[in-house]
Design a protein around this ligand. Structure first.
Ligand code: NBP
Length: 484
């Protein structure tokens, strides 16, 4: 077989098939392969006319069809299948060739695989791909890791098939080894937080504001014209306006209220704990999904006493709707900021040089959290590359300051009326933690020193100290060898 394909895609389920079509539609010759050959045949039969495909049944034929340096994109189930496919293809490749993993791999696995393949002379590019099957076909947001050298050869192709916003591709080299999959993981964590915040806003408008789902759909449509303009708000309005054909009830009333997950939110929270990154809104969003799914527990405690309902006047409802918009926006600023802080922490830990502004830029299109808001984050980070938090930027800071009363009113109303708003509450608590001059952590240090002699630092002089709590007079000693 003559080597004519600029890229090869193995794994032709929804994502791989659509990415292969996207490459072909953009003028590339694409070799296609799948473990079960039926999927390859189907692709050629249904979509062969869209471009130039080279179907291959065997791994050997597939590899032989690729121009050198070979670019082999795998879109298979993450985990063990990824290792199996690497082991199948790596022996067939030569030095300088590339394996690109576009699946949802854990970044630690990507780091391990990259290291192992580098020793064999093969570039391994763990690449986050966001946007689902539609994104894969029409232009996803792509987050490639791996070596800078591999990006030189591969980058232009990935940029071409990615989504574009204002003429810019939603694809950039994120950093070496697992950086791409790390950033994709955090993207998904932010996605969890954003979805939970939107869901809590809906819950508040319904349970406290007394609006029907179809009215809330209109409110979200209106919000989508303003600063909350985003794909997630747009689809929320669509879902809320949908009526179940069987029962005539609102669709949201016939769906079981047990949220599922594929695990990337959980990875974000687990990794954040290892890094010491307080991604509290993301964590609450992840736990909220888990808690919603514990049907037996929820059933058992349904009759516990709760808050006090309050029927709102039409005027109060309008006011409350405006408050919820403010609270949602301010919480969103905090949740996104937590994601960026985690990326910075990850970069420091793993030695990645990640351009935080470029991350905002490539999330403006193609991916699930695409939003006008991200263009503002991009602009803020472009103007001040060392920006630590969005709260350091004048306009974001002013907006969050303006939201104060509403934000607190909404969280307080929810608590009074017994409506759980874990992500709103976590975001507000995170904000208050940042701005508090004094936190009760001093007391915790005292407790730790009392039961475990864990020592503490004083506010008035340097050194490490321990109080001998059991001795009369509780004398304090300096434990770091310095003068007491
Ligand atoms: P799936 O995650 O459902 O994987 C199915 C593919 O993996 C098929 O091509 C299957 O081949 C292949 N495969 C498996 Br399973 N085990 C294999 C093995 N041992 N050797 C070779 N091939 C094997 O497909 P998907 O939903 O298209 O997702 C592909 C990747 O993209 C996943 O990592 C996913 O997490 C990620 N992703 C998905 C989305 C999305 O919206 N679905 C978005 C972003 C990223 P077969 O046909 O022979 O069974």
């Amino acid at each position: 077989m003559a080597a004519s394909a600029q890229i090869g895609v193995t794994g032709l389920a929804v994502m791989g098939r659509n990415l292969a079509r996207n490459f072909a539609r953009n003028g590339y010759t694409v070799a296609v392969h799948n473990r079960t050959p039926g999927r390859t045949t189907e692709l050629i039969e249904e979509f062969g006319h869209e471009g130039t495909f080279v179907p291959a049944e065997s791994p050997q034929d597939f590899v032989a069809a690729l121009e050198r340096p070979r670019r082999l994109l795998m879109m298979v189930k993450a985990g063990q299948p990824t290792d199996a496919v690497i082991e199948e293809f790596a022996p067939l490749l030569e030095s300088g060739d590339m394996i690109i993993d576009g699946g949802n791999a854990h970044f630690a696995d990507t780091r391990r695989r990259e290291q192992a393949l580098r020793r064999r002379g093969i570039h391994f590019v763990g690449s986050g791909v966001s946007g689902g099957e539609e994104g894969a076909l029409h232009g996803p947001s792509i987050m490639p890791g791996g070596s800078a050298e591999s990006y030189e050869v591969l980058g232009p192709m990935l940029e071409k098939i990615s989504a574009h916003v204002d003429g810019d591709p939603c694809c950039t080299h994120i950093g070496t080894d697992g950086a791409g999959h790390f950033v994709k993981m955090v993207h998904n964590g932010i996605e969890y937080a954003d979805m939970q915040l939107i869901a809590e806003a809906y819950h508040l408008l319904r349970a406290v504001g007394g609006h029907a789902p179809v009215e809330i759909a209109e409110i979200f449509k209106r919000w989508n014209q303003g600063r909350l303009d985003s794909y997630l708000i747009e689809i929320t309005a669509e879902v809320l306006a949908h009526t179940d054909a069987d029962t005539g009830k609102p669709f949201v009333d016939v769906v079981r209220d047990a949220a599922e997950q594929k695990g990337t939110g959980r990875w974000t929270v687990q990794t954040a704990l290892d890094l010491g990154s307080p991604v509290t809104a993301i964590a609450q969003a992840t736990f909220a999904r888990v808690a919603s799914s514990r049907a037996e527990l929820r059933e058992a405690y349904r009759s516990l006493p709760g808050g006090t309902p309050h029927a709102m006047s039409p005027q109060e409802r309008d006011h409350f709707t405006r408050d919820v918009e403010q609270a949602l926006y301010a919480s969103k600023v905090i949740a996104y900021d937590q994601g960026w802080t985690m990326i910075r922490d990850g970069a420091a830990e793993y030695g990645w040089d990640i351009d935080l502004g470029a991350v905002a830029k490539i999330w403006r299109g193609g991916c699930i959290i695409r939003a006008a808001f991200l263009d503002r984050i991009r602009a803020a980070r472009a103007a001040a590359p060392d920006l630590v938090s969005l709260l350091d930027e004048e306009q974001f800071a002013a907006e969050v300051a303006d939201a104060q009363t509403s934000w607190r009113t909404v969280v307080a109303s929810a608590a009074r009326q017994g409506i759980p708003v874990p992500a709103f509450s976590a975001a507000l608590a995170s904000y208050d933690t940042l701005r508090s001059e004094h936190l009760p952590a001093a007391l915790i240090q005292g407790q730790r020193d009392f039961f475990g002699a864990h020592t503490y630092h004083r506010t008035d002089r340097p050194g490490t100290f321990h109080t001998r709590w059991a001795e009369p007079g509780r004398p304090e000693v300096r434990t770091d060898g310095g003068a007491a």
